[in-house]
Ligand binder design. Sequence first.
Ligand code: EPU
Length: 419
Amino acid sequence: MEKVIKIEGGHRLQGEVKVSGSKNATVALIPAAVLANGPVTISGVPGIADVDSLCAILRILNVEVTEKEDHLIIDPTSMKNTDLTADVVTKLRASYYFMGALLGKYGYVRIRMPGGCYLGPRPITLHIKGFEALGASVEYEKGCYTIQADHLKGAKIFLDIPSVGATVNIMMAAVYAKGRTVIENAAKEPEIIDVATLLNKMGANIRGAGTNVITIEGVSELQGCFHEIIPDRIEAGTYVIMGAACADSLLIKNVIPKHIEALTSKLQETGANLEIGIDSILVTKSEGIHGVNITTKPYPGFATDLQQPMTTYLTQAAGISEVLDTVYPERFKHCHELQRMGADIEISMGKSLIKGPSALYGDKVTATDLRCGAALVIAGLLAEGVTEIHDVYHIDRGYDNIDGKLEAMGGVIWRDTVD
Ligand code: EPU
């Protein structure tokens, strides 16, 4: 028996939706919290499966975790640096943040290869390059990394690609290192600023997060603190796209509009009606939208994570749209699922060509990864009939209460079990 999501299409959305705390910030903030020597309270924690997995890892490390509404109190006072070989480590990508956090705190970590969405090859060579530059030795054997150092020493590290994961991992490994670490060609994503903010509240000395040069002066002590997570720009973007695709009027609240400017300006280019407020975006029905070309780039460029939901929207736009993913050139599995529902899409290496508008029809489809799931939910809302989405655990890994939020907007969505 398998749990699926079913969506009855054709109901226009209306009302408002509040965006939750950022998934990709949260999954880094939780491992970062173990660097403190006292309790860290994180508020605005989204109710997603990745958070449950990270809390399970914290408990393996004997870290006390208290969940109170959307607060998480993480107390590492009695922590033990246990080897992270349990299966839960492979359930998500972000378990790799325990590499930087445990290496930084103890000078030793043994951890299974992380999991997460398959988006094409996702090497962690730059994380390793950073740890080695700080003086650590790295061994990979039987699916497990062992990373250790007698002393970590600040270093200058140039990232060949501005990797989000490598930037955060090196920042965490370097907070206690002796002297100054400089990360050049660092990733500039807002989630990196959020992690640096938490670490600085704990007592770290990190400057430049949000730019491509981050400087970390090693410190000897980090304490507990309180931190509120930034809103999820990818969840916000997903609801803005959903609103533009099928709402009469939808107010998306708890947004930092600047974080999704590459998306909102593209949507406006298609003819979508958006009113951008200080911390909200209102989407109202537009009378005819047309295709555009999109190229994904690291922040502040068009986010690869929004390329997939945007593709569903573009199936409704008149003319031809080209979507080029330069971050993950193989991130196009959603296109095969959309084709099943009636979309006219040609896929070639690194890009898709979408001819619209196409009528979509409900069918049995598979969420091959998290944002493919989001693309299929939007397609289900647009389609005639009922769409049945399989492998919904991907969606639950990253979208907080998607059923409740959609129902409140007038969407018809329910869970079912099928053979
Ligand atoms: N890369 C390398 N070597 C490395 C690291 C990365 O070649 O050592 C390449 C990757 O293969 C990719 C590019 O660099 O082509 C960017 O990867 P990055 O390291 O920035 O990605 P990540 O840290 O693994 C995070 C998000 C992803 C998001 C990407 C890009 C988390 C937990 N994940 O992944 O989010 O797509 O940045 O913005 O923060 C999602 O939320 O659905 C998701 C997949």
